[in-house]
Design a binder for this molecule. Sequence first.
Ligand code: SF4
Ligand code: SF4
Length: 442
Amino acid sequence: MTSILEQEKLQAAFKEYIDYDELLNCTRCGFCLPSCPTYIETGNNEVHSPRGRIALMKGVVDGLIEVTEEVKESIDLCLGCRACEPVCPSGVNFGQLLEQAREAIYQTKKMSLGEKAARNIAFDKLFPNHDRMISTVGLLRFYQKSGLQTVTRRLGILKFFPEPLELMERVLPEVPKRREMKRRPTYITRDGQEGKKLAFFSGCLMDTMFLDINNKTMKLLQYAGCDIVIPDIQGCCGALHGHSGERERAKEMAKKNILAFEELGIDYIITNAGGCGAFLVEYAHLLKDDPKWADRAAEFTGKIKDITSILVDLNFHKESLVLENQVITYQDSCHLKNGQGVHKEPRKLLQAIQGSQYVEMEKASSCCGSAGIYNIIQSEMSMKVLDDKMNRVKDTKAHTIVTTNPGCLLQMKLGIEREGLADKMNAVHIVELLLDAYEKHH
Ligand code: SF4
Ligand code: SF4
């Protein structure tokens, strides 16, 4: 129960943070309902639909309802997948409304000292600082390589953790050595030949835990004829901050990244993580009211391009790509499709692989339930969504599930483990498969 004073603060925060005109854009047509995973999984409960969430936000801003536990639960249970956006005839930008509502709730929330400290460590000390990310991820390598992982598994200690955490431990990639994570070059050319000059957004987790995928991305770009600049003063995109009600911190990270890329004289900034890319294109909106940064943010946003889009632009699908006897299916990254509008390009590349069969999965663009850290903090709903997804995956009879985002990749690996399919199926990032298909015949 919140006190009257807390309720007043919450309502004032909803009024301050939420874009009322955007709320009014919703005509309550309901076209978005069938695309919303939480609406479906809760047995068509309007409270957990996009239209219902918008109605609740408007009810609070209009002073008609309080920010009850039900309102908070409705906001918390949203995956932020934005599947409701492309189907909305009024063009309601639900993702932005969701972030604003979360900011209103978190900025007024009474937090324990422990919770405050945990958020400060994660949001201020860890994600924005590459060296600390390396040290933290390095602890995981110690766990994996010191024998601790073997002992922990043998003793069954992980059984005492919630199921998604237990499974996540099994599907995490092998963490690279510390010196490999520190060794990132800032400029890569193709054997001295001059190519198309691009910049690469390396990210925080992508450049530590998923370093191998970053390295493979740059190899692919080189094969496609590019020179790559990787500014070392860039940092985390701020998506985790933005989606967790920490928009002021996210703005600081946006400014750091704009500064890192703006003097490079390049046309495109390439990303290989759907979630990061979708937040990078939000910088223009994030900084639109800041006279010093608004134009610079818009320019930055205009240069963001996913790896699959640039590869298609560069006709990489016309290269000889060969993989024998594979059945391949694709799981859309929600943020790549709904946040950046990229869905044809990954398919075009995968369908160009000779010797293999591409099978389109039913509802491939529906969320897999990963959604950042949603699969840990809302594990029950996340696993329901994942179970549905795995039923569709099994229908394709695929050997390989391809994704374009690290969170989706881990979630699909987790789904494979849960279903006991590890001997029949694997999940990969698209650059891993494309590089394999290219190098086999070159
Ligand atoms: S489709 Fe758009 S306008 Fe219609 S109810 Fe959903 S959010 Fe509102
Ligand atoms: S973002 Fe996803 S889960 Fe949230 S309301 Fe839209 S469709 Fe539903």
